[in-house]
Ligand binder design. Structure first.
Ligand SMILES: Nc1nc2c(ncn2[C@@H]2O[C@H](COP(=O)(O)OP(=O)(O)O)[C@@H](O)[C@H]2O)c(=O)[nH]1
Ligand SMILES: [Mg+2]
Length: 286
């Protein structure tokens, strides 16, 4: 199908583009899940993605090392770096600072998991200001205010409807605003969820797909549990993939030593090709 779509291109361009498009389809997104032990990083991953991939553990059994996890579906995969221990002790943080600095550029998205009933963010803030910001990764971060089912008055949580009570909702909003102020970010980058209750996860997914770079949106979408792959999520991912293909075609035009006449033919064919490939997006990613 793909070869056929590219058949209007001269052979030279076709071979190069075909391989580049296959590489774009196979791109392995990398998501960093950061935060203190017990925040619910593992639980969150299991809630978002198909299959149980992370061992959910009690605080005492927390891992101390960065764990690399792979989720595989068919021939595509997603890499998750479970990054524990952010802000747990100054000595440890110094030790990890260098490692984290090196890791940051690799990540397509950072989910920073903070417990809903946590009150001490100073070490998280230190990390955010001294590692994330200098690494130029501010735009990759979504703060996940997890375990909001435990926000006071926690006995009011609607277990049947998996929803906060109005009083809890009010406190969750206050927490969200407070966190946004502490980290000096927009309130839109703080998403209140309950991973174990499945509360507001779709909102997080939509924000995550929007935040991801175009090259990573589709690969992540393909690994999500079906209930989160809404039309809106698919459209965002499909359009992102279209942008990637469009850029590949543009650059192949620039790079190849071909006559101007051929270049203008490719330019004319570009939108058609991009639309054709987007129309078979489901076949590649879902
Ligand atoms: N009540 C509640 N408990 C949660 C939630 N998310 C995680 N947990 C629990 O918190 C504990 C730590 O979770 P885990 O995912 O292992 O945290 P991690 O150390 O950050 O990976 C486990 O007992 C989870 O079941 C949540 O949204 N609500
Ligand atoms: Mg864990």
């Amino acid at each position: 199908m793909l070869r056929h779509t590219l058949s209007i291109f001269p052979d030279e361009v076709k071979t190069l583009l075909f391989q580049q498009i296959l590489d774009a389809i196979d791109y392995e997104p990398v998501i960093g899940v950061m935060g203190k032990c017990g925040g619910g990083k593992s639980k969150l991953c299991n809630t978002l993605f198909k299959g149980d991939i992370c061992a959910v553990s009690d605080v005492e059994a927390c891992t101390r090392e960065v764990q690399e996890l792979k989720i595989k579906l068919g021939h595509r995969s997603l890499k998750i770096l479970d990054i524990p221990g952010v802000g747990e002790s100054t000595r440890r943080d110094e030790e990890y600072e260098m490692l984290y600095r090196k890791l940051m550029p690799e990540l397509d998205l950072i989910l920073w998991v903070i417990k809903g009933d946590d009150r001490a963010f100073s070490s998280d803030e230190y990390f955010y200001n001294n590692v994330i910001i200098p690494a130029g990764c501010k735009s990759k971060v979504l703060f996940v205010l997890n375990q909001v089912d435990k926000v006071e008055p926690c006995h009011e949580w609607d277990r049947a409807g998996h929803l906060p009570s109005p009083a809890q909702q009010c406190n969750i909003e206050k927490k969200t605003i407070y966190l946004a102020e502490q980290f000096n970010v927009s309130e839109r980058t703080v998403i209140a969820v309950s991973a174990s209750e499945g509360y507001n996860i779709l909102h997080l997914v939509e924000a995550a797909i929007k935040t991801l770079p175009a090259k990573a949106k589709s690969g992540v979408t393909g690994q999500l549990k079906n209930e989160y792959v809404t039309e809106e999520v698919q459209t965002e991912a499909r359009n992102g993939f279209g942008d990637v293909i469009s850029a590949l075609i543009e650059s192949s035009i620039d790079i190849l030593p071909i006559p101007e006449g051929v270049k203008s033919v490719i330019h004319k064919g570009k939108d058609f090709i991009v639309d054709s490939i987007k129309s078979i997006w489901n076949y590649f990613f879902l």
